[in-house]
Design a protein around this ligand. Sequence first.
Ligand code: FAD
Length: 470
Amino acid sequence: MRVVILGGGPGGYEAALVAAELGAEVTIVNDEGLGGACVLWDCVPSKTLLTSAQAFSTLETAPGLGVHFEGTTRSDEVPRYEVDLPTIQKRVRDLAQAQSDDIVKRVVDAGARFLLGTGRIADPHAVEVQLAEGGTERLEGDAILVSTGSDPRKLPTAPTDGEVVLSSQDVYDLEEVPERLVVVGAGATGAEYATAFLRFGAEVTFVCSRDRVLPTQDEDAALVIEEVFRRRGLTTVKNAKAAKVERTAAGAVVHLEDGRTVEGSHVLLTVGQVPQTRGVGLEEVGVALDDKGGVVVDGVSRTTVPSVYAAGDITGKLMLASVAAMQGRIAMWHLLGQAVAPLRWDAVAATIFTDPQIATVGLSEQRAAKAGIEVEIESLPLAGNSRAKMANLHDGFVKLLARPGSGTIVGGAVVAGYASDLIASFSVAAFNRLTAHQLTQPFQIYPSFAGSIQECARRLAIRVQGNYKY
Ligand SMILES: Cc1cc2nc3c(=O)[nH]c(=O)nc-3n(C[C@H](O)[C@H](O)[C@H](O)COP(=O)(O)OP(=O)(O)OC[C@H]3O[C@@H](n4cnc5c(N)ncnc54)[C@H](O)[C@@H]3O)c2cc1C
C-alpha cells in the first residue's frame, strides 16, 4: 500500500510512523522541518519559553524555603534577577530545531521518505510537490492523508507587523522583553504568553472578550489563574472585544468595541487558529469543508473522498498536538486494516501551561451542567497536600467527576505545578471508564501531589459507591 502524507506536524509524522511500521510505502511532504508548526513555531517553542519563566517561580519560592541569594535576607524577599531574552530565544530555536531533526531521523529510520516541499492534491490518488530544492514531483498513492495544520487567525483591523503588533509566531523574534505588553485573546495561548512575559518583567494587560480569563475552561481553575495573575500584577480588562489595533509613536493602541482603549509598547494577538486549507486542492477533488473551514472527517479520520484522510488542526476540531497525533494514527490503523475504534472525544486530555498549570480530561463541570448530564463532583484543594506544603505551594486543586450510581469517572481537572503530568491517572481512568473506587486501589507515592488525586477519588467513591472497607 502506498501512502502519501501532506503536512508533517504531529498529525502527519505520527501517521507516517504507524504506516511505515505496518509495512506501507510512505512519503511525507512538508514545507519545513518535520514536527511542523507544532515543533518549530507553536507548542514546543512556547513550552520551552515557559520553562525559562518557570525558573523565576523557583527563585520566588526559594527564600521561603530558607535558601537565600546574594543580597536577600528576609524570607519574603524575592531575589533580583535578570532576563536574557536573546539567550532564551536562541535556546527556544535550537531546541525546536533539534526536536524537528530527531523526528526526521525517527521517520526516516522507520522506512518513510521525507520530501521538503509544498504539496497540492492533484487527484484523489496523487499529490504534486513543488520541491524546496527546485523542480516538481508527482506522488501516486493508494491513499492520501492531509494534515496541513492551521495558521494564526488574522483580524483585518489589526494587521500584525512582526515588530510591535505581533502574532504568536512573531514572539520568537523579540530581542527585548516588551515594556508594556497587551495580550488580546483570553484563551490558552494568550494565558501562556501572559504567564511567560509577566515572569520576564513585562507590564502585562490581558484583554478578555468575556467576563473572565480562559472562558471555556473549568471555572474554578480559571479563577485560580485570575487570582495568581492579579497577585503578580497583571491587569485584566474584561468584557472587552478588540475592534482594531493601531500603531502609535509609543507602541500600539487597542480600540475596544465599547470605545475604551488599551495602550502598550507591544500588542500580541492570540485570537485563535484557522485550518490551513489554502492551496491544498481539497475542494477541487471533492473533500467537503465545514462552515468554519475545517475538513469534515468521521471518527476514523475519513473525509468525504474515500481515498483521502485528514488529521489535526485542518479538521478544525480540538486543536491539540495530542489530538492531531491520535487522528493521524487512527487514520493509518483504519487504512491498513487494523482493528480500530473511533477517536474518543469524550476522553481528550489537555493542558494550559500557565503557572500553576491547568490540566483537564473529559467532561467539565460546566459542560455537564449545560448538557444536562448528571455528575457527582469531588474537589480537593492542593494546600492540604503534604508535598505542596513542603514546596510552599498554595494555589490549585484536584477535581473529579463521576456518574451517580456507578461512580464511573467521566472527567477531571488538576490545577498544580505539574498538572500536565498529574492528569495522566485521571486520563487513564476516564478513557477506560474506571470507577472512582478503582482509582483508589493502585499505590501512589507518599508524599506526592498524586496523593491528592487518590484522596479525591476516595472521597468521591465513598459518596457515590458507598463505603468500601479501605
Ligand atoms: C502558541 C501555541 C501553543 C500551542 N501549545 C500546545 C500545547 O502545549 N499542547 C498541544 O497539544 N497543542 C498545542 N498547540 C496546538 C498544536 O500546536 C496543534 O494542535 C498542532 O500543531 C496540530 O498539528 P498538525 O499536525 O495538525 O499541524 P501542524 O503542526 O500545524 O503542522 C502542519 C505542517 O504542514 C505544513 N504545510 C501546510 N501546508 C502545506 C503544503 N501545502 N505542503 C506542505 N506542507 C504544508 C505547515 O507548514 C506545517 O509545517 C499550540 C498552538 C499554538 C498556536
